[in-house]
Design a binder for this molecule. Sequence first.
Ligand code: SAH
Length: 369
Amino acid sequence: MSVRLKHGREKPLLRRHPWVMSGSIDSTKTAVSGDVVAVLNSQGKLLGYGDYDAESQIRVRMHHFTDSVPEEEVWLRARLEDAYAQRETHPLLQRTNAFRWVNAEADGLPGLTVDRYADWVVVKASTPAMQRRTSMIAEVITQRVKPDGIYIRGDAASVAPAEAISIDEHGREYWIDLKSGQKTGFYLDQRDARELFRELAAGTSALDLFAYSGGFAAAALQGGAKSAVAVDSSYDAIELLKRNAAEAEAVGTDVNEFLRQETKNFDLISVDPPPFAKRKRDVDAACRAYKDLNLRTFKRANPGAHILTFTCSHHISAELFRKVIAGAALDAGREVEFLRPLSAPVDHPVSSAHPEGEYLKGLLVRVRS
Ligand code: SAH
């Protein structure tokens, strides 16, 4: 089973970029989705091995740039254990019992995410090859951490806990719905930003826009906010939010609607929308949407307010996002400054060979006047 690349298309692979796009492939020999294929350059020289997916534009996801591949169980186990060891002892992950154990390409396991939530583990396999390996993966997880249970998303035979389970992040208890929650149940990628929100919260009136289960609102209340308002349009999210941030005012409505009607101002605001640009061609429309949203948000900020604003669109770069926010401030007639860039925490590493792995970018903004 092999694929042969078109002339000149091996360059990204020589830099260890893990994706072979369908347009780079000249011919394919006997491969079906889920196979491990040898990847050859146009002259037939072996470049490495990866997982084949006939349905995806990303036709092969590389996991070995070597002459041969060890037995599957051996390399899977090694990579899962290495990823776990890095998180388990990482100084920045000692105050949480929930973290991303495997971050796909960045951990040498393309198409796989594994999240640990206290005594539960959630596995999400997004390629046929990883789906084929889930029982092997579950076996390694069981041996490594002996969890109460492993929930494999998208596998009809896998059983999620009947009730919400709770995790402890920096002394806050969050209830999580593993079965029908968003992501794998919780936005682990906003842990650092929630911590910052807590640090900035003392004495403030806080506003958590796109609150999901109340992650930011709960952090603000823990940090001594005078009040917290949390807005999300999902009914299920609001139910969890009431549990996670009981003191917050939960508003189950569309954020744009909320911002159109609200007349109060706030001292601390998080703006954490879903990705507006899912595809490259959506970037312009998405920029307008981010601008509108942030413009309306700036209008609700007290002078001196801190705003944490985010995009989780792969296709919007940090630089572009900064321009959009600058434009929003200008149109809102506010003078603002950028205090620091924000990104996902250390359990969501980005491989230097695979910049596409970065999706979450944010800014800590201060409204001067
Ligand atoms: N800040 C959250 C994660 C937010 S994810 C955390 O740290 O956990 C984005 C959320 O936006 C989802 O919960 C989704 O239900 C909500 N959402 C999407 N579009 C919305 C809209 N137009 N108005 C209000 N909420 C929206």
